[in-house]
Design a protein around this ligand. Sequence first.
Ligand SMILES: Nc1ncnc2c1ncn2[C@@H]1O[C@H](COP(=O)(O)OP(=O)(O)OP(=O)(O)O)[C@@H](O)[C@H]1O
Ligand SMILES: [Mg+2]
Length: 303
Amino acid sequence: MCAQTPEAVIPDLPLVASGKVRDVYDAGDGRLLLVASDRISAFDVVMDEPIADKGRVLTAMSAFWFAHLGDVVANHLISTDVADLPDGARLPGLAGRIMLCRAAEMLPVECIVRGYITGSAWKEYSAGGTMHAMAMPAGLLEASQLPEPVFTPSTKAEMGDHDENISFQRAADLVGAELAARLRDVAVELYRSGAQWAAERGIIIADTKFEFGLVDGELVLADEVLTPDSSRFWPADLWHPGATPPSFDKQPVRDYLDGLDWDKRPPAPPLPPSVVDATAARYRDAYERITGLALADWPGHSV
Ligand SMILES: Nc1ncnc2c1ncn2[C@@H]1O[C@H](COP(=O)(O)OP(=O)(O)OP(=O)(O)O)[C@@H](O)[C@H]1O
Ligand SMILES: [Mg+2]
């Protein structure tokens, strides 16, 4: 459940949906406007404190990957330029945090790909030797690299619930066998390509989630792509099988919250400025290391 009801920031466009992090507007002509806020959620609860530049990082990084991965599959991105927005929506506060997209008929399968075993997958494997109910080689340690990236789909839960793992067969029941196989193959290829790029820059992409949709019958990569919110990024130099390394993302927030006596239900406890600043620094660092670009050069930079 969302702890806050975010204000609609573009009064002239209809707000279609408001997620924990992003607001979605109808931009007309079959287009959606995704606005990435600086909100951060942990344990599915939105914190009160914004993380400076987080929305710009999510947008800039997704835009980078859409361009980089464009030869693998088509995507929904039309523009990240405020000048391309409809009249009445070109608000200066939106610079750097918007994606104008083709509205897609979203497929009800979340396409998770895992290259390393951690989190819930590690829990399952250490309890019974399987991952996503599939037999896995013996002897893997926490955070081990898997022999091959593995497609572990899930379905999107209703607000407030965690996503539910589904088998490949169930994914095929939901979208058809042919499309399910295409989703699997494309998702694995996207992961391989992105993970290789990041690895050359000292970042391990341990796992990630892609969302796809159909536009006029064409499969398109939608939503956000290979960001710290949709993926686990690890510093390669801190990776040793046997323990999960600290992530380039919400780790400072999670660590702080774990040290509190908080039941993980709203309202969220206040975050100290040191935790907020450490988190903002990680998002910026992840962007700059992966893209080799300065975040200051992305629109919306305030001096
Ligand atoms: N091209 C697109 N066409 C239609 N819907 C899209 C497109 N790209 C992304 N979406 C949808 O827009 C929404 C983005 O919002 P966001 O990710 O903040 O919320 P959420 O995923 O519903 O919830 P949360 O991430 O908070 O659990 C998602 O529901 C996503 O599936
Ligand atoms: Mg989402």
